[in-house]
Design a protein around this ligand. Structure first.
Ligand SMILES: Nc1ncnc2c1ncn2[C@@H]1O[C@H](COP(=O)(O)OP(=O)(O)OP(=O)(O)O)[C@@H](O)[C@H]1O
Ligand SMILES: [Mg+2]
Length: 466
């Protein structure tokens, strides 16, 4: 049942609102602003009915206070007809709607209901949009390699449980997508998915970020802050880059996971939290444990279900599928662009080692879609490093197949690098030699041997000893 907070100084009004709404909503009535803020700190509130004129702090003060926070519920203002100016101010401060007192019972109930219908509608729109975009049960995750299929099976299996999951993999392998898929497939899908990037938050702020703090807990704590653990209550907490956590924080996190309660900094009471934790790391956490940099007890607690994402170069059969999907998406987004890859382009994509994994591939395709004028993406539309790697790789294939001997392969490789350096320096040999880390004399010597002319691009056929 949605939780509605009623704030009004008149007990009679509070009671009648409670009676009016109690069949459809879980109602908490309070008599002043301080009590209302305390409820917001303790529990998730889905909507607020707020009286404006109250002794002590007013409804306007409450709205100002809300404006400073994030993730606040919508507010319906209850105002006496005389106070129109105040009602206008309330709307400016972000109130969603208002009703005039004495209120029409049906009108009020309809307004509250509409608030929730609107939210449900928004969620439905998101769901439908995803469905239309062809997103599957696994969200945007794509892959047909055996390694990825195994990952998908694990995701489907663990999504239903509350088990803590540790996702490991190099940068750009899709750890965050996997974490989201686990959340979206599980019973918590309608609750929050809260991300904490442990690498991005300074160690000194981490505790308050995770557990929150009370007003005055430290010098800068001018307001009470609800931490990510509490925000994620009922949902999933994604601890990205958990390997970066300091030993002190590791100990506190372990306690929170064991006890399933947290304490805000400067707070006296423990707060029960029901949170599913999914963590990710691009480090080898097992080694970090062996070297004493990561607590083993915490490791075992988050490592209940391990998911290791293979690097893209270890599943080259996914490259084509991913590339096609990114092409379609980039085209749809731009409303223009090439439709296909040349066969050579796909081969080049498959040959490259993708040190930045799927993210690097995604960027390369997006860039190619912007650059390509025609209907097909040529190898030359790909980033330099992909083109170079592809050429050396094809040379390697020819050596392996015995079609080219080592000596001429090395020569060809050398001449290719020299030509590229000259192209980049627009024929300036001094700059090209600096870039290659050799003297200008040596560059000249090599250019002669490879048959590269002094004017860049002018060349004779490389001499091939047989
Ligand atoms: N299997 C996949 N299918 C489709 N897109 C993917 C896949 N894997 C990764 N991506 C895309 O690649 C990009 C990087 O993915 P993500 O952010 O999940 O990686 P990560 O492992 O968390 O990287 P990092 O360690 O750098 O944070 C995202 O834009 C994501 O959409
Ligand atoms: Mg990530």
């Amino acid at each position: 049942m949605p939780h509605v907070l009623v704030v009004d100084d008149e007990p009679g009004v509070r009671e009648s609102l409670r009676m009016l709404l109690k069949d459809e909503f879980d109602v908490t009535p309070v008599g002043d602003v301080d009590a209302a803020l305390a409820v917001l700190d303790e529990r998730a509130v889905d909507a607020v009915l707020l009286d404006l004129v109250m002794p002590g702090r007013t409804g306007i003060d409450f709205l100002r206070e809300l404006a400073e926070r994030n993730d606040t519920p919508p507010v319906i203002v209850l105002s006496a007809t005389r106070a129109v100016a105040t009602a206008v101010e309330a709307m400016k401060l972000g109130a969603a709607d208002f009703v005039t007192k004495p209120f029409d019972v049906d009108a009020l109930r309809i307004k509250v209901r509409k608030l929730f219908e609107h939210r449900a509608l928004e969620q439905e729109v998101v769901r439908l949009r995803d469905a239309v975009a062809g997103r599957t049960r696994l969200g945007r995750l794509i892959g047909q390699s055996e390694a990825m299929r195994a990952v998908f099976r694990t995701i489907e299996r663990v999504a239903a449980s509350r088990a803590n999951v540790l996702i490991s993999g190099e940068s750009g392998t899709g750890k965050e997508l996997v974490a989201r898929a686990i959340h979206d497939l599980g019973p918590r899908r309608d609750e929050r998915f809260v991300v904490v990037n442990c690498a991005a938050i300074p160690a000194t702020l981490m505790e308050s970020e995770l557990f929150g703090h009370e007003k005055g807990a430290f010098t800068d704590a001018s307001m009470r802050h609800v931490g990510k653990f509490e925000t994620a209550h009922g949902g999933t907490l994604f601890l990205d880059e958990i390997g970066e956590m300091t030993p002190a924080m590791q100990a506190k996190l372990l306690r929170a996971l064991q006890e399933r309660t947290i304490e805000r900094l400067g707070g006296a009471q423990s707060i029960a939290v029901d949170v599913r934790v999914v963590a990710a790391t691009n480090r080898d956490l097992e080694r970090e444990v062996a070297q004493g940099r990561f607590r083993s007890d915490l490791f075992y607690r988050i490592h209940v279900v391990p998911i290791a994402l293979p690097a893209l170069r270890e599943r080259r059969e996914d490259v084509r599928l991913l590339a096609e999907a990114f092409l379609t998406r980039a085209r749809d987004e731009a409303g223009r662009g090439p439709r296909r890859f040349e066969p050579e382009t796909l081969i080049a994509l498959e040959r490259y080692a993708w040190p930045g994994n799927v993210r690097e591939l995604e960027n390369a395709i997006e860039r190619a879609v912007t650059l390509t004028e025609g209907d097909t993406i040529a190898p030359t539309d790909l980033p330099d490093e992909v083109q170079i790697a592809s050429r050396t790789e094809s040379l390697r294939d020819e050596v392996r197949a015995g079609r080219v001997d080592l000596e001429s392969a090395v020569l060809r490789f050398e001449s290719e690098l020299i030509r590229e350096a000259l192209e980049r320096s627009k024929g300036n040999q001094t700059r090209a030699s600096e870039q290659l880390g050799i003297t200008r004399r040596l560059l000249k010597l090599k250019m002669d041997r490879c048959g590269i002319g002094a004017a860049a691009g002018e060349e004779a056929a490389p001499s091939e000893p047989d």
